[in-house]
Design a protein around this ligand. Structure first.
Ligand code: 2NL
Length: 362
């Protein structure tokens, strides 16, 4: 029988958790010395067992307790040492969290939706994969129309169930045809979105963004068109001195058709919108196409052109963004270069609002 005081002293002097574990195995493990003593109890006479049993059990309990206590002491000492060694400097600046930005096109689309919402226009959307009836025929562009040519439009190899040719929409006008058919008149909508043309050079990308607007009501005339576009351009460019010049033009879907220019002045070599384009150092820049909706298009939308009239307009979102925010290369819009985005992008929480309101007198 080992000397209990000596065993307890040995446990108390164990320097590491590993050393405690070695002692535990030596004393209480399967082949351990105390386990061996317990086995001898079975071979003793009852008298011997009455005498030796309590001693052996007391030894086992004392050792078990001592091992647990030494283990706890060593563990808490290790924790104390770690806490003393490790420090956190709460005054250090936090590392910068990488933050994305809103693409100028998304920002400008939001701004346009905001301006037109104030004028009572809802946002309409539709499929980017269209059939040739919604994209061309309904817009008074017959089979022979040059814009339908293979080299301008991306066609799919197969027709749809109705036997119509399928293509990537070349403008957002089909959205407005669908809205006329689905919602009827009166109607006030804008249709922003991606459009596709087989075109690629310094000023054209095969995918670009357009916004069109459509108003259908009774007694709508060119005066409504002019006021709406002037109010829109003043709000969008955030200037009260925007001057419009309307020029006669031609689109198959409008009659009459009107091209809209805005006056600008050159400041440090950059075009700044505002004032008459006829002023010294100024010029006119085309920003919109528009017109009174062709009677055939009203009829294609399922409405009676003798009862309903309307005006429509269209413009490129990418170009509006370049004009308002001063980028000079269209292709950089779609390169996905994070450096360009961190320069020209907008903070996600910088939500466009019309602080001045639309249509407030200058
Ligand atoms: C431009 C010119 C324009 C329209 C788009 C339109 C739509 C319907 C009916 C009539 Cl449903 N017109 N859209 C009208 C005139 C011009 O866009 O230069 N776009 C980039």
């Amino acid at each position: 029988m080992p000397d209990i005081d000596q065993v307890l002293a040995e446990i108390g002097q164990a320097e590491t958790l590993d050393a405690v574990e070695v002692l535990r195995v030596q004393l209480l493990g399967k082949q351990g010395s105390i386990s061996g003593l317990l086995k001898t109890l079975g071979k003793m006479t009852p008298e011997e067992r009455t005498l030796e049993g309590p001693k052996i059990h007391a030894l086992r309990e004392g050792v078990t307790e001592a091992l647990a206590s030494r283990k706890a002491t060593l563990e808490s000492a290790a924790l104390e040492a770690r806490l003393a060694a490790e420090t956190i400097d709460l005054t250090l600046p936090a590392p910068d969290a990488p933050r994305g930005s809103v693409h100028p096109i998304a920002q400008v689309m939001d701004e346009l939706a905001e301006v037109f919402a104030d004028l009572g226009f809802a946002v309409a959307t539709g499929p980017e994969i269209e059939d040739d009836w919604h994209n061309f025929t309904a817009l008074n562009m017959p089979e022979s129309h040059p814009a339908r040519a293979m080299h301008d439009t991306f066609y799919f190899p197969d027709r749809n169930e109705a036997g119509r040719e399928m293509l990537l929409r070349t403008h957002t006008s089909p959205v407005q045809i669908r809205a006329m058919i689905a919602q009827g008149a009166p109607l006030r909508i804008i249709a922003p979105g991606r459009v596709y043309r087989s075109d690629s050079d310094a000023t054209h990308t095969p995918m670009f963004h357009q916004i069109e607007g459509l108003v259908i009501d009774k007694g709508i005339h060119l005066g409504h068109l002019k006021w709406t576009l002037e109010t829109f351009l003043k709000a969008f460019f955030e200037r009260d001195d925007v001057v419009l010049r309307l020029r006669p033009s031609y689109f198959p879907f409008t009659e009459p058709s009107v091209e809209v220019d805005v006056g600008y002045t050159l400041i440090n070599g950059k075009r700044v919108i505002g004032g008459s384009g006829d002023a010294a150092g100024g010029g006119w820049m085309e920003v919109l196409g528009s017109g009174m909706v062709n009677r055939k298009v009203i009829a294609a939308g399922g409405l009676d052109p003798d009862e309903w009239q309307g005006f429509a307009f269209g413009t490129g979102v990418d170009r509006l963004a370049m004009l308002k925010y001063g980028m000079d290369d269209l292709r950089a819009f779609f390169d996905g270069d994070a450096r360009w985005l961190s320069h020209y992008g907008f903070a996600a929480l910088d939500v466009p609002t019309l602080s001045g309101g639309v249509g407030t007198p200058a």
